[in-house]
Design a protein around this ligand. Structure first.
Ligand SMILES: NC(=O)c1ccc[n+]([C@@H]2O[C@H](COP(=O)([O-])OP(=O)(O)OC[C@H]3O[C@@H](n4cnc5c(N)ncnc54)[C@H](OP(=O)(O)O)[C@@H]3O)[C@@H](O)[C@H]2O)c1
Length: 336
């Protein structure tokens, strides 16, 4: 009764104000805790290995994780081939890398992974200009949300960019990698594969919701890595895949309004920076600890387990054969 009688609009405002401040404070504290957790569990590549005299290809090196990976490789002294579809932004990033690392041996080449012809042209140029290839980093990737797109080759665009282009490119560069052995292939996959399944009866899912196909393409990346590693046994070429963590990068650019608004908050509040996100790729590309290791999945610079389903090697072999057909592998192309 006493409380009720002393209640006033001013007091009500004060109470609401206090409650709102407490809520915001609790939220900020939660963000701080999560950021601290991310900071302390973050995998960092501690290898000091120099890469002088070595040649490294990084696809999608003009932004995000790829840019940071290329920067690191250049800093270690490698000859870095930036394989990019956007030569304008690629050229700016190349200049920045050269300026920051003082390594002029950074080359920019055109590669559109969603176009099989472009993949062939890029590979032909590399095979002609390079005497060796020490590390091939399949970093480039894209994610669509709702807009369905089919490439000139009749392939669904997310699967073409994230899986079929890299599959063909690996074939066309495999002889150079074998010649340079010990050499490494690193494939940037994602933990999001756990939300997907790959239907062998529909490997080119032009009518499926594109947002889901990002997960499927990352599932495909891991199946590809496992079968690739199996086929490369004894050649001195290793193949591993990684999850970089959730990163504040351009990969989220196709999320439409208004879904992009809460997403932006989450990305800015909780996700890793591209430099942090590049650590596991760098680790697999250079670390002495990974020497000779093949067919594994890494996360935060540590080997990580995979779901049972994705390790069905009979299914992975069958998928490999389907990929060969989808990319129109020719009799004259190298076989793996
Ligand atoms: N960000 C994350 O949270 C996260 C999580 C797990 C895995 N990943 C993976 O990490 C990799 C790097 O992505 P990111 O996060 O750094 O995103 P990003 O900043 O968007 O970088 C993606 C790169 O791929 C390139 N690319 C896209 N389509 C291409 C094509 N058709 N041909 C050649 N290059 C193409 C982009 O070039 P343009 O600039 O021309 O578009 C860009 O350089 C991707 O494989 C992604 O799936 C990311």
């Amino acid at each position: 009764m006493i409380i009720m009688s002393s209640w006033s609009p001013e007091l009500g405002l004060k109470v609401y104000g206090l409650a709102a401040s407490a809520l915001i404070g609790a939220l900020l504290f939660l963000i701080l805790l999560i950021r601290l957790f991310t900071y302390f569990t973050l995998g960092v590549c501690k290898s000091q290995k120099k890469m002088n005299g070595k040649v490294v290809i990084v696809t999608g090196a003009n932004s995000g994780i790829g840019k940071e990976t290329a920067m690191d490789m250049a800093r270690r002294g490698a000859r870095v081939i930036m394989a990019c579809r956007n030569l304008e932004s690629g050229s700016k990033v190349r200049s920045q890398i050269i300026l920051e690392t003082k390594n002029p041996n950074v080359i920019l080449m055109k590669l559109d992974l969603s176009n099989l012809n472009s993949v062939r042209e890029f590979a032909a140029e590399v095979n002609q200009s390079e005497k060796r290839l020490d590390v091939l980093i399949h970093n480039a990737g894209m994610a669509n949300t709702f807009s369905k797109q089919t490439t000139m080759d009749g392939l669904e665009i997310t699967m073409a960019t994230n899986q079929y282009g890299p599959f063909l490119l690996t074939h066309l560069l495999i002889d150079l990698l074998k010649k340079t052995a010990p050499s490494r292939i690193v494939i940037v996959a994602s933990e999001l594969y756990r939300f997907a399944k790959l239907n062998l009866d529909n490997p080119n899912p032009v009518n499926t919701l594109p947002a889901y196909l990002y997960y499927v393409s990352k599932y495909a990346n891991i199946m590809f890595t496992l079968e690739l590693a199996r086929r490369l046994k004894g050649t001195g070429v290793t193949a591993n895949c990684i999850h970089p963590g959730m990163i504040d990068s351009g990969i989220w650019r196709n999320v439409p309004f208004p879904l992009n608004l809460p997403l932006k908050l989450i990305v800015k509040g909780f996700f890793k920076s591209p430099k942090e996100g590049a650590q596991t790729t760098i680790y697999c590309a250079v670390s002495e600890e990974v020497e000779g290791i093949s067919g594994k999945y890494f996360l935060d610079c540590k080997e990580n387990g995979l779901s049972e389903g994705i390790q069905d090697m009979a299914k992975n072999k069958k998928y490999w054969e389907i990929c060969e057909e989808l990319v129109h592998l020719k009799a004259t192309d190298p076989k793996i």
